[in-house]
Design a protein around this ligand. Sequence first.
Ligand SMILES: O=P(O)(O)OC[C@H]1O[C@@H](O)[C@H](O)[C@@H](O)[C@@H]1O
Length: 752
Amino acid sequence: MALQTFRLSLRFILPLAVVLGLFAYAVVPQVDEITLRWFVRDLEARSQTLVSALQEPLKEYAPQGATRRIAQLLDRTAQQSQLSSLAFCDPSGRVVYHTAGYPEALGCPPTNFPGTLRQSLQDLPGGRVHVTEGVVRDGAQYLGKLMLVNDMSYIERRSADARKYVLAVFALIAVVVSLITVFVAHLSWRGWMNAMRILLRGGGDAPRPQGVDEPPPEVQPLMSDLRALLHEYNVERRGLEGATQSWNPDKLRALLHDELAGDEVLVVSNREPYIHSRSDKGIEVRRPASGLVTAVEPVMRACSGTWIAHGAGNADREVVDAHDRVRVPPKNPSYTLRRVWLTEQEEKGYYYGFANEGLWPLCHIAHVRPVFRSSDWDQYVEVNQRFADAVVAEARTEDPVVLVQDYHFALLPRMVREKLPRATIIMFWHIPWPNPESFGICPWREEILEGLLGNTLLGFHTPFHCKNFLETVDRYLETRIEHEASTISYGGDLTQVEPYPISIAWPEGPYPESIAESRASVRAELGLPRNLLMGIGVDRLDYTKGILERLQAVERMMELHPSMVGRFSFVQIAAPSRSSLEEYQALENRVRALAQRINLRFGQSGVNPIVLKVEHYDSDQVSRYYRAADVCMVTSLHDGMNLVAKEFIAARDDELGVLILSQFTGAARELHEALIINPYHIEQGADALYRALTMPEAEQRERMRSMRSLVRDFNVYRWAGRMLLDAARLRRRERISAKLRSHTKRSLRRVR
Ligand SMILES: O=P(O)(O)OC[C@H]1O[C@@H](O)[C@H](O)[C@@H](O)[C@@H]1O
């Protein structure tokens, strides 16, 4: 506050000081010259009087050659008149006598001037002097010349004193005027601020508290604007808060309509929501197995915006128009998919390299070392710029709402901010954010943080990830962090950091099969006995998912409870992912080898303890498997949220089945009725599995019911809705501050 007041005062004082300084610079030489002129004029008059007074005695002494009397006359005159020195020259130009201090260099200059008197300023080696030459004549006879010399140094001293005096007067004026101006400005400023505070505290509609004066008339136009804005805001907020708390596509649509009326929405992600690929049957469309796509698509369906993503399918180019756009979903088009093409080289560096060999292990801390290569970084920068350019090209307005997804685009928010400063940029970071020490090993940590601080709103799954992010920024960048408000100010931009736990869309409508039918059909499909106990795991084949630990837990459970051998199978659906990376190939080999070893050890009468399916299953198939299982295991070593846990719960409309959940997932912070385990502790996993398989139905139901009601309410529409609601609030706040800024500027201009 003190700093702000000081800065505000400076804005008044500095211009005033500069103007007065310039004025003084122009005035001082003039004052100098005038003072000098006054002094010289005074000297000239005095010297002239002396020359006249000395004429008579010199007329008498000169013809007599009375040098002594001339000397006495000159010495006496010098003493009485306080002249510096005098001299008398004879007609031949020789000094007859001079008083002490007469400048040698002056001598007797020739008398080549008209009249009888000459006065001049001369610069001699000893300094500047004023010289008066007075001719002495007796009728027509030239008797000699009287020289009167005045030292000018004391005049220069006086002139310097005058200069100092003038400057001091100017400085005094500057101080007095500044103090008065600052005082008056502060009084007005406080008046405006108080008026504004009352208005904002009262929410715009509140009556003026007693004893509080009416705001000053100059802020009246602003007050009415603000009142109108705040009133509008309050009415809308009350309306929303009063509405039902359950979130669904309609409510999201209504929110987009009411809160972001007519605003353009653009989504950016690496993975596209629909992939076109060519097969024997022609072009097929497929939805990728991605939690991100599941979460963001409902927003796009509701707002009919544009989704910008990497066109990765081998028939993607065949279905787009001349602007690389295609309307989706194919059966009921409601938004535009704009595809961005990448070369193999770019995909290798940006996606496989920097994003998945660098940032992915860096943020997950799953004991796989991140790899950072400069060439990957260069591609990452390049591709982020390409997508940012696509956002700018697709934007039809100056202030679109841009929803940026995930760690593939850490640099994009700042790139977009530079081109569209008024855009509301919301980014969701779908993976964990590590502690500052772990993040610090990234060679481009500052660039990444700067890129992310281009966002208006930055979301993570949990408060813990937000805290890690704030601490990381605090460690590596010079910023202003308001921990209470969870905001970061950097280079004039403000970023709000908030947790938004992601979720799923609650399944609609009846399932094609009942639970009993799915139990039977899935077991038949896998060649397993009808009454077999079954566990399920569904993941991308990724080292963060703890698949090896999960299989080891199954093995240990069989060791500890031999009665389960032949009575239980664990089905692991592992969708191949990022398979061109060595770590992923090695993981696949290890998972396959481990499953084989366990099956060799515990396989009995055609029942293998592990059924491994390394292939893609679509969401309907996965849902059938969830419904057929007795237990679902999620054993991630680290996971931002993990939507499999929530999908399993949503699929169980019979309210049965047990969820085993790693404590290192974001989901574990919400789903307390799951059996929470440390996946690194194999015995703990094995115990939880046995407990799940033997859990009474009543307990299963109690746990499942509670988790289902949570997932139903805290669904993906709420996730998106809360983020968009916050974005709408920030947009409104930005509009209010823009108005305040422009009014303040105008008022300040008036004060000046
Ligand atoms: O590399 P892919 O297949 O696009 O998968 C990336 C996605 O993988 C998911 O597991 C993560 O939760 C997302 O954050 C991420 O975007």
